[in-house]
Design a protein around this ligand. Structure first.
Ligand code: DGL
Length: 261
């Protein structure tokens, strides 16, 4: 039986948080992890440019590899690209959007949404709040600084808790649940938890996404004999590549390859 391979896509290392959940649930599934670091950060990229880049990069991998399913492991991209990708490709496209609905269900005091500057302004996010959290006090933080911190952490740099505290300050004392609305942020879960304290529950979409992927790949779950491979590609030479490679190797990835857009 041939391997089952999924494509995971992000602007940087954020999708790795989702990859970990998928790997834990579906260890027999191979993965191509592609990140568009040339246009990073997506949270500050103009919407048309983002649409164009995601479509082009995803198309390349669907056309050149045997991809069974695509995960857009980026909230910022998912809030805009999903309809276009689903109209163009026949493989299932799974998106990641801020976990506002589950967060609202468990919150009594108020919900904090930590996401990229783009995600906090998107209509998609406003609609999620309107439909699932209209009865809750909402506090939003749009930050690229935290995205950068996650990129650095995967390159072995220690997270600056004082800087993190400054960014998260607006949430302190006024929310009991915080949505990690960018896939980079679960990579900082421990540090965010340290700053916000135990009384604030942190919610992300990783596990729900892994369940969705498992459901959509169901017909393939019996194939446990094919070897599993994790390949990583990026659109430009990543900074501190060798430090980054250490984290990728630990996760089971082969050498990070550069595949220009
Ligand atoms: N990881 C991304 C997200 O989930 C995007 C981060 C960025 O490039 O700004 O939103």
């Amino acid at each position: 039986m041939p391997e089952t391979r999924i494509l995971m896509f992000d602007s940087g290392v954020g999708g790795i948080s989702v990859f970990k959940d998928i790997k834990a649930r579906l260890p027999w599934v191979s993965c191509t992890y592609a990140f568009d670091n040339e246009a990073y950060p997506y949270g500050e990229l103009e919407q048309d440019k983002l649409l164009e880049r995601v479509e082009k990069y995803v198309s390349y991998f669907i056309e050149t590899q045997n991809i069974a399913l695509v995960v857009i492991a980026c909230n910022t991209a998912s809030t805009v690209v999903l309809p276009k990708l689903r109209a163009k490709f026949s493989v299932p496209i799974v998106g990641v959007v801020p976990a506002i609905k589950p967060a609202s269900k468990i919150s009594h005091q108020g919900v904090g949404i930590i996401a990229t500057p783009a995600t906090v302004t998107r209509e998609y996010t406003r609609d999620l709040i309107k439909h699932f959290a209209s009865d809750k006090e909402i506090k939003m933080i749009g930050t690229t600084e935290l995205v950068d911190m996650a990129e650095q952490k995967l390159r072995g740099v220690k997270v600056d808790l004082v800087a993190l505290q400054k960014v998260l300050q607006p949430l302190q004392g006024c929310v009991d649940v915080a949505v990690l609305g960018c896939t980079h942020f679960p990579l900082l879960r421990r540090e965010i938890g340290q700053v916000l304290g135990r009384e604030v529950e942190l919610v992300d979409s990783g596990e729900a996404i892994s369940r969705r992927v498992a459901y959509l790949l169901q017909q393939n779950t019996k194939d446990t004999t094919a070897p599993v491979n994790y390949d990583a590609y990026c659109s430009a030479e990543p900074y501190a590549k060798s430090a980054l490679q250490i984290s990728f190797t630990e996760l089971g990835f082969s050498k990070i390859k550069i595949q220009p857009l």
